[in-house]
Every structure is written in C-alpha cells, then in structure tokens.
Design a protein. Structure first.
Length: 188
C-alpha cells in the first residue's frame, strides 16, 4: 500500500507525468482512454508456410486522442526497482520498445484514420523517494520493436501452420545450433 501510494503521489508531483497519466495532456487532447483492450485477427505467414489467422490482443495503459488533428499519443506506465538514471537499460532488457511498437500497431488497426505520433513511458521507481520520470520513445526504438514482434509473429505463424508446438521452429527446419565461445571467456 505504501509503495502504491508513494508512486501515485510521485506521478501527481511530476508536472508532465501527471498530465499524461492523470489528465489530458495540457488540454491538447479531447479524449484520454485508460486500460483499453484491443483484439482482432490478422492473416500472417512465415516464410514458405501457408498463411494463418493469428489472434492479436493488447491492453494499453493509456492513450490520448486529438480528434481535430487525428493523432494519438501512446503512454505506458512502468514501475522499476532500478534507478531511473539506468532506465534505458531496463527498456532494453525487458523489450519495452517492442511492447510500445506492438501497442502502436494495435492502435493503428483500431483507429485507422488516426496517426500515432508519440509514445511515452512514465516510469516510477518503487523504492526510496519514489522518483518519477517521463521517457519519450524514439522512432528508432519503435522500428526495432516492429522487427522483433514481426519475427515473433513469424514464429507463431510457423507453429500454427504446422500445428506443431512441441519442437522449436529451428528443430523442425533441421537447424544445427552453433555454440561459440566468446573471446573474453578464456577461463572456462
């Protein structure tokens, strides 16, 4: 309870985080939508496999809509025990950029007449004074996220097309796994 309350108060004290999470983005947006679940199906195929129908699902923390400009700003709330000064490492470790790219694709499907122009993470540290900060996710991260989720969709479509989830895609394709010793691993 104390951690949750500390995080809430920290968000409220951070002017930008408060506008993105609790309000409507400095009055710029017409709608603020929280915890929207989006589901749909897409046809997808892995290389040399038949196309399959893949069910898609996302539950988006929050997004802000400007109906006049037909734009959407995507916001994700994250908590972390690590220092916010090292949050970019956390983004990379947990592939948060991939999650935001996925959410952007889902929003584009749900709102085809709108452009998703910005993506933010509001991060709150869950220890000490519960510091809060806002991180704008650059397009370079989102493009990397698209490549990653498309590779994962390829893998899912491969297994769906073959109706074989018991063996990895690599095993089914007859792949030989290479084990390579890193240069700095001389003390094995």
């Amino acid at each position: 309870w104390h951690i949750v309350q500390g995080c809430i108060e920290s968000i409220k004290m951070h002017e930008v985080a408060n506008e993105l999470i609790c309000k409507n983005g400095f009055g710029k947006f017409h709608d603020a939508i929280a915890e929207k679940e989006i589901t749909f199906d897409i046809m997808w195929n892995a290389q040399d496999e038949p196309e399959v129908n893949v069910p898609i699902k996302a539950k988006i923390d929050r997004f802000l809509i400007d109906h006049q400009e037909k734009t959407i700003t995507l916001i994700d709330l994250k908590t972390t025990a690590k220092p916010l000064g090292r949050f970019e490492e956390t983004v990379a470790i947990y592939h948060y950029y991939r999650q935001l790219a996925w959410y952007r694709m889902c929003l584009a499907t749900e709102y085809p007449d709108y452009e998703i122009t910005e993506a933010y993470i509001v991060a709150v540290q869950t220890n000490k004074e519960y510091p809060c900060d806002v991180f704008k996710i650059d397009e370079s991260y989102l493009k990397a996220g698209v490549k990653e989720y498309e590779a994962l969709l390829d893998r899912i479509a491969f297994h769906m097309a073959r109706s074989n989830w018991g063996n990895s895609m690599e095993t089914q394709l007859g792949c030989i796994h290479n084990l390579v010793l890193a240069d700095d691993s001389t003390n094995v």
